[in-house]
Design a binder for this molecule. Structure first.
Ligand SMILES: [Zn+2]
Length: 267
């Protein structure tokens, strides 16, 4: 039974479906919304759970996870960012569960995740879907055999607002392709995001995100026309993101850099 608690319900596991519960870490901020979501997945009646994203290094968060989970069989990582991965060793040590991620440096006692790999744990079957864009190593996890099909999106789709593409290995072309694949393949899937509340339909969310990105891209093209091709990312942010809170301008600048790369690659 899904509970009536509202996101973020700090300190406890909030049931979202029969197969999924979320525990929100107390690391709120402009980039993390209310905090990082740690997901616990498992079929009803099964004792074992899959943990997705340990979250930050936080003793209280680890204790809440362990108290809620029973036995954790497997720990999975959606992408390399610190707010999802810093708690890996704490959780791996406390639970003895193997940790699997796309990048070997996040794995513990297990191999990196393969593209399209099918995982079985907690009485569930999950498919690993590469989702580059937010970062190069981002993945999503599809839970297909549940009564409510679900897509764990990491930071590819958040529960509200939009996501930021990482300045080092984020890529707008990859991101738009990832959103396209969600629109094509995950209509009717509940979104279980890395931050923020769940969303009812992955394809709808992805198409809103895509429209937002294409709109921003048009604005950046317009800004370049006015400011000249040599305009800096900061100049563009000050023009295009004038209405956005200044605390988000650093993040906006990294998104604009990704957009400039995208436009230059296609010039
Ligand atoms: Zn991230």
């Amino acid at each position: 039974m899904a509970s009536q608690l509202a996101h973020p319900a700090y300190g406890m596991a909030r049931s979202v479906t029969e197969h999924a519960a979320v525990i929100v870490a107390r690391n709120p901020g402009p980039m993390t919304l209310e905090g990082t979501n740690t997901w616990l997945l498992g079929a009803p009646g099964q004792h074992g759970r899959i943990l997705v994203d340990p979250g930050p290094m936080d003793e209280q968060h680890a204790e809440a996870i362990i108290a809620a989970a029973g036995t954790i069989e497997l720990i999975l990582i959606t992408h390399r960012h610190h707010d999802h991965t810093a708690g890996i060793d704490l959780l791996a040590e406390r639970t003895g569960a193997p940790v699997r991620a796309r990048l070997p440096e996040h794995c513990r006692d297990a191999a990196p995740l393969g593209e399209g790999e099918e995982l079985r744990a907690g009485g569930l079957e999950l498919t690993v879907l590469p989702a580059p864009g937010h970062t190069a190593d981002s993945i999503m996890l599809a839970v297909a055999d549940a009564a409510v099909p679900a897509l764990l999106t990491g930071d590819t789709i958040l529960g509200r607002g939009t996501t930021v593409l990482d300045a080092t290995d984020g890529d707008l072309g990859d991101y738009l392709e990832t959103l396209g694949s969600i629109i094509d393949r995950h209509s009717g899937h509940l979104v279980l995001p890395g931050h923020g509340p769940e969303l009812p339909d992955a394809a709808t969310a992805a198409s809103d995100y895509r429209a937002h990105r294409l709109h921003r891209l048009d604005e950046v093209r317009d800004a370049l026309r006015v400011l000249g091709e040599g305009a800096s990312a900061r100049d563009i942010v000050e023009r295009v993101y004038a209405a956005v809170d200044r605390s988000l301008w650093g993040a906006a600048e990294s998104s604009v850099l990704a957009q400039l790369d995208y436009l230059r690659d296609r010039a």
